[in-house]
Every structure is written in C-alpha cells, then in structure tokens.
Design a protein around this ligand. Sequence first.
Ligand code: NAP
Length: 293
Amino acid sequence: MTDDDPRARAEARAWSTLLDLARRRRDEAARRPVAPPLAGLADAEVLPAQALLDLLRPFAEAPPGRTYVLAHLGQSLDGQIATAAGDSHYVNGAENLVHLHRLRALADAVVVGVGTVVADDPRLTTRRVPGPSPVRVVLDPRARLGPDRRVLCDRAAPTLVVRPPGGPRAPGDAETIEVPVHDGRLDLEALLAALAARGLHAILVEGGGMTVSAFLAAGLVDRLHLAVAPLLLGPGRPGVTVPAVARLGDALRPPCRTCQMGPDVLFDCDLAAWRSTASTTAPGSEPASTTRP
Ligand SMILES: NC(=O)c1ccc[n+]([C@@H]2O[C@H](COP(=O)([O-])OP(=O)(O)OC[C@H]3O[C@@H](n4cnc5c(N)ncnc54)[C@H](OP(=O)(O)O)[C@@H]3O)[C@@H](O)[C@H]2O)c1
C-alpha cells in the first residue's frame, strides 16, 4: 500500500484522529477538540477510515482515569498461538502486525507473560506506525527473565517486572513492582491497581495464551481481539483457555464483530458489554471479578 492509495490515505487520517483521542485520554489538561476525522475525505476513503475508527475508538477513547484492558492474540484455525517448539513468527499476516503496533501506540502499558519474553525476546515497541511506545510490563513471578532480554536492556521504553513481595529485584534497567500472590498466582487486579497508581490505565495484554487466559478468568478484560489465521498447527501452545462450563447456556458469549485483516479474520469481542448485560439479566452469572481500580 502506498501514500497514493486511497485506503492508505484514509487510514492515515483516521490514525491521526485516534492518536489525538489517546493523547486527550492521557492528559486531561491538554484536552482540545479533535478535528472531524471524515471531513473532506473522498467517497472511496470514508469506508476504510470509518472501519479503523470503529475498531480502535473504544480503546483510544477509554474513559479517562478508569482502567480499560484490551487483550490480543493471534491464533491458527485450531486455536494455537505458536508451535510446540514455541515458534510464533508469524502466525498472522502483516496487516495484523500493523494492528498490533497500533494497539501498542494507543496503550499506556503492554503486559506479557515471561513465557513470551523467554521465547520471542520481543521489544514491545511501536515501530510499524507513528505513535508512542507503551510502558512494558512482564509477569515474572519466579525470576525467569534473563538479563539479556531486550525489554531489560534496550532502553526503548520503561520496563516494569512484576514479582511477588520479597522476591529478587529485576535485572538491568527494569523496575520491579511487587504484587501479592493468591493460590500461587499473581493477583492481576492488584497489578491493574498498581499500574493505575502510576497513571497507566489503557492496558494491552499481548500474550501469551496463559497470560491472556489468566486476565480473562479474572474477569478483567474489556475487549478481546482474536486474530484467526487460515492455517492449522496441530498441538502447540494453546491460545485462550477459560474455565470449563457444563452447559452451552453458561458459555461466555460476548457481542462480537469481525473484520477482515489481510488473510486473517479479527474477532472483536466486547466483554465489557457482555459483563454488564450478564450482571443485569442473570445475577451471579458474570465472571469472578469485575471491580476496577
Ligand atoms: N500468537 C500470538 O499472538 C502470541 C503472542 C504472545 C506470545 N506468543 C507465543 O506464546 C508462547 C508463550 O505463551 P505462554 O502461554 O506459554 O506463556 P506466557 O503467557 O507468555 O507466560 C506465561 C508465564 O507468565 C507467568 N504468568 C502469567 N500470568 C501469571 C499470573 N497470573 N500469576 C503468575 N504468573 C503468571 C508465569 O510464569 P512462571 O511460569 O515463571 O510462573 C507463566 O508460566 C510463546 O511461544 C510465544 O511465542 C504468541
């Protein structure tokens, strides 16, 4: 896609609006009107610009001062996010990578499990689109992070390493934040509260499967983006794994829309809307935790 491409031009316009909205969310003092994103666009440009705005506006415009969690995973048709050997480069196409970098640029912080950092040594920065890189947060309860990992030594963005109280400090340039442990698991609600206390409210949970599943099981995800790629991997690293339900009627069935993303199909699932419906129509049927910092 080039700058002469109407779709590229339209998306560039919509993207600059989304960055403005995220800037306003972060800095109430800098609140200023955002230019109408579709004004002056040619007919062929309106649709792609509107599609991008519809997809990303809920995250860019998350209510200021309140934590909003968007989890993203790219998976195969058979629900795997990597091979058994840990190879995940790349399950999805280039369009989804751009999408992921857009999510990073809109996020205040990006959270990953230590399994992802050990396997992929990701930078978790914004390189494919204009926009700021988020604070990087690694869940590392058993101090498995090696000092050579890029998030610890590249100085591309601040990194926070999450550990239980009294554990070893994070190596390199990273800061350690201590979060209580319950039943051997880090308390993710306490983590979100600690991030909120640092002004980090728009949270992208980028993987892997265990980490996204832990946030889902705790009822802490507002929006889930699942990018399904047209390939079959066989038994590998599973994506989303949620607690079993006995009856289909008890399944987590959030409002969902899909959009084509190159060869992939992105499922955009509104878990926050599902939670609020579940809590008004069937008391007791919502996930374990819905309180927010
Ligand atoms: N396709 C994609 O979108 C995508 C995205 C990211 C990663 N990946 C791939 O996914 C694989 C890694 O995923 P994964 O599911 O195996 O691991 P992961 O989610 O990256 O990391 C899991 C580890 O993080 C720690 N952790 C997570 N939640 C925790 C909690 N609530 N309390 C305590 N510790 C917690 C635990 O560390 P300890 O084991 O030390 O206790 C846990 O084993 C890699 O192969 C990577 O390439 C794919």
